[in-house]
Design a protein around this ligand. Structure first.
Ligand code: SF4
Ligand code: SF4
Length: 385
């Protein structure tokens, strides 16, 4: 069996995690549900609790959500809410409390309903990260989060515990960065869809050291494959940069399609990708300030201007020798949808590369049409090269 393939579905991965969580809870540990890359998970680990992602990434819970939410909401908002109210998510009932952030409007308003299900804390996220007041405000929000968690979990989150958690999560980031950077090789040692599956699966974890051990094993295997010239695909496959959304196990239908049609995704920007792990929390500073600084640098399209995201995409195109860029937006996600125009400008005008913007949801209803578009995009790359 290929060590780099994930054969479980996301539902199976979540069910396995739920069993581990139940055992951990029997031993007195607490569980905090989180929703977004702005959530400073070091705070949870510093409280000796467990942080689990509760974002919806599959179609099944959407019907239940649409009984309450309008249908014209992004599938991520609907699936996240649906997971919580439909009884389809094995993890949600185990969360002792939930933390959300004011990123997009859909999430923010959905959280008001979600708050009926569990104790919930909302962090108010500034939307102009380059203003100096933004950091002052966000630092205060991180402090408020600390207070909420201490009260909910019945513990004190000390600076020493925070420093330790920062070190450990940074170590995980360093390992993940090295793993992702193995794909600078040509051809790559792992397909994009397999790496997404592995990193999603490993991320559903109760204990940190076994998680780091899995990352170390994966890194060693990738390095071995590079050394032994055991590549994941032929050198003819065009090297694709993935930007925007849709690169996690469960909501990877377009990513799969791209690799089925003959491309290879060698780098992902954004949530689930390299730009969410390259940035470390400063280990020398006051831990709360360092956490606030680091998390305010997340480059979600809810920010304006979102300058760093464009600098990142520009850099990644060069670092990973990219031949084409695919930008994915979930239906009804206004911020990523509008920002895609500028991503396209950067890719086409500055780098003279083919660019494909896909707007879709979690269903398979547009699979045929998407295949035609992806094939056309790969054909365009073949003509340029
Ligand atoms: S895309 Fe934005 S709102 Fe969605 S998880 Fe990432 S940071 Fe959060
Ligand atoms: S995809 Fe867009 S609309 Fe959906 S939750 Fe993320 S930021 Fe909000």
């Amino acid at each position: 069996m290929d060590k780099l393939k994930v054969n479980e579905t996301i539902q199976e991965v979540r069910t396995n995690l739920a069993l581990e969580l139940e055992m951990a809870k029997d031993e007195g540990r607490k569980v905090v549900g989180c929703m977004c890359s702005y959530f400073p998970r070091e705070m949870v680990w510093a409280a000796d609790a467990i942080s689990v992602g509760l974002c919806g990434t599959t179609e099944e819970p959407i019907a239940a959500a649409e009984e309450v939410l309008p249908a014209d909401q992004c599938p991520m908002v609907k699936a996240t809410y649906g997971r919580s109210i439909s009884g389809t998510c094995p993890i949600f009932p185990l969360a002792d409390c939930i933390v959300g952030e004011t990123t997009c409007d859909g999430r923010k308003k959905m959280y008001e309903l979600l708050a009926r299900e569990k104790p919930m804390h909302i962090m108010e996220l500034p939307q102009k990260p380059e203003d100096k007041e933004a950091l002052v405000h966000w630092t205060a929000e991180v402090k408020k989060l600390k207070g909420f968690l201490e009260e909910q979990l019945g513990v004190e989150i000390t600076d020493d515990k925070l420093r330790q958690a920062i070190k450990e999560v940074n170590e995980e980031r360093r390992l993940l960065v090295e793993i992702h950077r193995c794909r600078m090789e040509h051809p790559v040692p792992v397909m994009g869809v397999d790496l997404v599956g592995l990193t999603t699966k490993f991320g559903y974890t109760v204990d940190r050291e076994p998680y780091r051990e899995k990352l170390r094993d994966l890194l060693a295997e990738l390095k071995r494959r590079i050394r032994d010239k055991e590549f994941a695909c032929s050198p003819d496959r065009p090297r694709i940069l993935w930007t925007g959304l849709g690169n996690s196990l469960g909501c990877d239908k377009v990513l799969k399609l791209v690799e089925d049609c003959g491309g290879v995704v060698v780098c992902q920007e954004g949530c689930g990708g390299i730009t969410r792990i390259e940035d470390m929390v400063d280990e020398e500073k006051d831990p709360i300030e360092a956490i606030a600084e680091r998390y305010l640098r997340v480059t979600c399209s809810c920010m304006t201007p979102n300058t760093t995201r464009f600098n990142d995409i520009d850099r990644l195109i060069k670092e990973y020798r990219i031949q084409g860029v695919i930008d994915l937006t979930w239906q009804f996600c206004h911020t990523f949808n509008i920002e895609s125009y500028r991503v396209g400008e950067l890719v086409k005008e500055k780098h003279d590369l083919p660019f494909l913007h896909v707007v879709t949801d979690f269903s398979q209803s547009d699979a045929g049409q998407l295949r035609v578009r992806v094939e056309g995009f790969l054909e365009q790359i073949a003509q340029v090269n």
